[in-house]
Write a protein that binds this ligand. Structure first.
Ligand code: ZN
Length: 66
């Protein structure tokens, strides 16, 4: 059989801060649907042909577990 598929590094989770309530949550960088804040339902990201457009404040790419 072929080798197991290795996830491509181009897709990742991003920590995005909501501009309204400052709640930080993870957003998938290639989300195919709109992502809303879990607290106030404000739109944080929307799909933009592959990589999604982040509308909130990007805090930092999620760090890998050490
Ligand atoms: Zn919010």
């Amino acid at each position: 059989m072929s080798e197991p598929t290795i996830p491509k590094p181009t897709s990742e989770f991003i920590q995005v801060e909501c501009p309204d309530c400052n709640k930080v949550q993870r957003v998938f960088s290639h989300a195919s649907t709109q992502v809303h804040c879990q607290v106030c339902n404000c739109l944080l990201a929307k799909p933009a042909g592959g990589k999604c457009k982040i509308l909130g404040k990007v805090v930092e790419p999620e760090k890998k577990a050490v």
